[in-house]
Design a binder for this molecule. Structure first.
Ligand code: FMN
Length: 193
């Protein structure tokens, strides 16, 4: 087992995947790790939808792009970046899930006021656990606008009374994982003693 600090520091979002499926045993392991995340009042307000079907993911990617484009066009605070982003969304070949073999959507119970944070913690557990087994991952926030559509949720068989919080893709990284970000910046830290 690798050192937890090494796992935290070497995890990167993966956007290029091999076709090989993630074995069910590993998917169960990731969900088991997710449920050890802390949650407000220990409500554990999460539910997991495991999608391994390529056509379903392809369709959701198209629905996601369609839902995202008008939002992206509205938030044009940086025209240069925005233009690149919009053309990425509009490109025929763009798959929001990078053709990964697995999508797990973490849903949060609407009755829980801390569900968003709880599900984000569960998501981080899954991504770190995946990395510890050589499985890459990436949070796909761009899929969220489509996942707010009741009709799409019904088609997917999403749980009732829950909202989509964390769409996560998983799979085996293809080639070297490139990062789109520069090195981590120094955060502002204030100390009160
Ligand atoms: C809430 C959230 C939403 C994200 N949405 C996307 C996304 O839609 N597509 C994508 O390629 N990466 C997405 N990412 C991944 C970030 O771009 C990535 O975490 C960030 O650039 C830092 O890189 P690293 O994960 O490799 O450390 C998302 C990450 C978070 C936490």
């Amino acid at each position: 087992m690798k050192d937890v600090i090494e796992i935290i520091k070497t995890r990167r979002s993966v956007r290029n995947y091999k076709e090989d499926p993630v074995p069910d045993e590993d998917i169960k392991f990731l969900i088991d790790c997710a449920r050890y995340a802390p949650s407000g009042s220990n409500m554990q307000p999460w539910s997991f939808l495991v999608i391994q079907n390529k056509e379903v993911m392809q369709k959701l990617s198209e629905q996601g792009k369609k839902a995202m484009i008008p939002l992206a066009e509205k938030i044009a605070n940086n025209p240069e970046n925005e233009a690149g982003f919009i053309s990425f969304l509009k490109a025929k070949g763009t798959n929001l899930f990078y053709n990964a073999p697995l999508l797990v959507i973490i849903f949060g119970n609407k009755k829980s006021v801390t569900a968003d944070w709880d599900c984000a913690m569960a998501a981080q557990n899954m991504m770190l656990a995946a990395h510890s087994r050589g499985i890459g991952s990436c949070w796909i926030g761009l899929a969220l606008p489509a996942l707010m559509d009741e009709k799409i949720l019904q088609e997917l068989g999403a749980p009732h009374g829950y909202k989509a919080v964390a769409p996560l893709i998983f799979g085996y990284p293809q080639g070297k994982t490139a990062t789109t970000i520069p090195e981590r910046i120094e955060p502002e830290v204030k100390w009160l003693r």
